[in-house]
Design a protein around this ligand. Structure first.
Ligand code: URA
Length: 432
């Protein structure tokens, strides 16, 4: 087989066989295919796409390039969730304990934040004492004993994705649905869970800008999961607004705790309920959507979900007292509204970027973050606002960083005389 022939084949829009895709992935990982040929192949996929069978073959070849985490020894139904990345997205910290409080097993490998999006591991590390570097043994034992554990992704998982993603980043080939779907699903399928719920975001703060693009990505990932034996569903959720009010690290954990106590923002609660409803339905634990929601709401209102969260945090080195000791930024600055009216649009990318400039996120993988700083969004889509009222409050440590964040927020909010309905946070649920 010659790589150039496969590039030509894809350039002409022809389908590649499973063996041909395996050859390309193997050559990417072992270094036998030079970067310029991999790049040309990626560009051909960007323009010509891949059909469902090719995308499954690519995902499988990528997954099999590294370690498979079997989660052997975990007793019970293992559920996972994945978000394609958003601003203020602390849903794992709510949905994880909520699912565990229902008796499901949550063995979650999470990521760190980069750019305008945050990461669950960073948020967890705002709690004094919490460790996310558990050994495999500790991870499995914790899930068996407490129902939930969250750690970083093992370094040996899907090496093909590390190479391909770096190449895509450098060659302008990130925004291809089969490449994104294979990248995400190869990592999800490398951990052998029973049920996966994908939260596919669309909007200004997301990879996919429109509902239609989000739907295509979601459909592709559900097909891949089902094609490879994983019960998979996808929610299409709005990222034209930050999720909840809080954007940062400790500030987001506090909001997640409020939600677990039944006092959280409605959009965050709705998303967590929607994710766990799919877990319960696909896991065969609930007979109907109504029954699932009733069970989940009871876990929130009774305090069972919050209790599970405290148990999970304590198992990873924190405690309920440590939740009180999470860092708080020393200063706060109000960003006021310059007109009266209704908030009709929020530039999520700008809000995420402003939080990063404050120090809550990473500009590059090597940047260090400040867990104490963040943004509290006072006025959300659809809210009425009077001139001079705070739109957001910036919680900061370094004045120059606050000034930079304020500049980033300058045109982030649109305020108009007439109210527009912000619509639901969960737009659709796609099932196999
Ligand atoms: N997240 C991933 O893991 N891969 C992509 O290609 C895009 C988002």
């Amino acid at each position: 087989m010659r790589t150039v022939d496969l590039i030509l084949q894809k350039k002409a829009g022809h389908k590649l066989s499973r063996e041909e895709i395996e050859f390309l992935v193997a050559g990417t990982v072992n270094g036998s295919i030079p970067d310029y040929q991999i790049s040309a192949f990626l560009m051909a996929v960007c323009f010509r796409g891949m059909d469902a069978e090719e995308t499954v073959d690519l995902t499988r070849a990528m997954r099999d390039s590294g370690q498979i985490v079997r989660l052997e020894g975990i007793r019970g139904l293992k559920v996972d969730k994945h978000s394609t990345g958003g601003v203020g997205d602390k849903t794992t910290l709510v949905a994880g304990p909520l699912a565990a409080a229902c008796g499901l097993k949550v063995a979650k490998m999470s990521g760190r934040g980069l750019g305008h999006t945050g990461g669950t591991l960073d948020k967890m590390e705002s709690i004094p004492g919490v460790r996310v570097d558990l050994s495999q043994r500790e991870f499995i034992d914790q899930v068996n004993n407490h129902g939930i554990a969250v750690i970083g992704q093992s370094g040996d998982l899907v090496p093909a994705d590390k190479t391909l993603y770096a190449m895509r980043d450098a060659t302008g080939t990130v925004d291809s649905i089969p490449l994104i779907a294979a990248s995400i699903m190869s990592k999800k399928l490398a951990v052998l869970n029973d049920v996966l719920v994908l939260d596919v975001k669309f909007g200004k703060g997301a990879f996919m800008q429109t509902l239609d693009e989000g739907r295509q990505l979601a459909r592709s990932m559900v097909e891949i999961g089902s094609g490879m034996g994983l019960r998979t569903a996808a929610l299409l959720t709005d990222m034209d607004r930050p999720l909840g009010h809080a954007v940062g690290n400790a500030i987001e954990v506090r909001e997640a705790i409020d939600c677990l106590r039944g006092k959280g923002p409605d959009d965050l609660e709705e998303l967590a309920l929607a994710i766990c409803t799919e877990h319960l339905l696909m896991g065969g634990i609930a007979a109907s959507r109504e029954a699932a929601r009733a069970t989940l709401k009871e876990k929130l209102s009774s305090g069972a979900a919050y209790k599970k969260f405290v148990e999970f945090i304590a198992a990873q080195g924190g405690s309920e007292e440590a939740l009180e000791q999470m860092p708080r930024a020393p200063h706060e600055e109000v960003f006021p509204c310059h007109a009266s009216g209704f908030v009709t649009a929020i530039d999520c990318l700008a809000v995420g970027h402003a939080a990063m400039l404050l120090g809550a996120g990473r500009e590059t993988k090597e940047s260090t973050i400040d867990h104490s700083v963040g943004i509290f969004v006072d006025k959300r889509l659809g809210d009425a606002v009077a001139k001079g009222e705070p739109l957001v409050r910036l919680q900061y440590a370094v004045r120059a960083r606050c000034d930079a964040a304020i500049r980033a927020l300058e045109s982030a909010f649109r305020v108009e005389p007439a109210r527009r309905d912000p619509g639901p946070v969960v737009h659709e649920v796609l099932r196999p």
